[in-house]
Design a protein around this ligand. Structure first.
Ligand SMILES: [Zn+2]
Length: 182
């Protein structure tokens, strides 16, 4: 059957591509008989960031189709530019995801200057609070008692929300992330 042999040709080609791609990324192949649409959905659900599609027509043209999970963009790529494009696209996906996560965190973070600020911010959903702390455990306990917020971490990347401790008003030593303790 011509169709079968055609398909086998594509499959051999796909395995060659997989060998090439394994050198630059984690690559796997879906060689099942399922419909393309089904395979694409499966890919989505597994969270595969980049899908390489290859069919008889792509093979004739010496190209593959690249599909990004994060943006839904599809792009034809020549076999010559395969490794280079995939490496660049994976890097871009990484960068975009990191940026989005960072923005989400910033959106949820509030700067508190007083204990009242902390109380108010905590009444909003999923709040993370940045506030200055003097380093005294007594203040940490006081904040927890009054607001229900516990210190979550002292980030390496410090930022001066203010000069004084949110609790006692003495000079602050660290900027601390606070969040509700459950
Ligand atoms: Zn203090």
């Amino acid at each position: 059957m011509p169709i079968a042999s055609h398909k086998e040709g594509v499959l051999d080609h796909a395995y060659e591509l997989k060998d090439r791609l394994t050198r630059i990324a984690r690559a796997d192949i879906d060689a099942s008989d399922k419909q393309p649409g089904w395979k694409f959905n499966e890919c989505e659900m597994q969270g595969i960031p980049l899908r390489v599609e290859v069919g008889p027509k792509d093979m004739e043209k010496g190209q593959v189709m690249l599909a990004r999970r994060d943006t839904g963009e599809k792009q034809a790529v020549t076999l010559k530019a395969l490794e280079q494009t995939i490496t660049a696209t994976l890097e871009d996906i990484q960068r975009t995801m990191y940026q989005k996560a960072k923005e989400r965190l910033q959106e949820k973070t509030s700067h508190a200057h007083t204990i009242e600020d902390i109380e108010q911010f905590l009444s909003q959903e999923n709040r993370l609070i940045k506030a200055m702390w003097c380093g005294d455990e007594a203040c940490e306990n006081d904040i927890k008692e009054k607001t229900g917020a516990a210190s979550r971490c002292i980030p390496f990347e410090q930022e001066a929300v203010s000069d004084t401790c949110v609790c006692c008003g003495k000079p602050a030593s660290d900027m601390v992330f606070w969040a509700k303790a459950y």
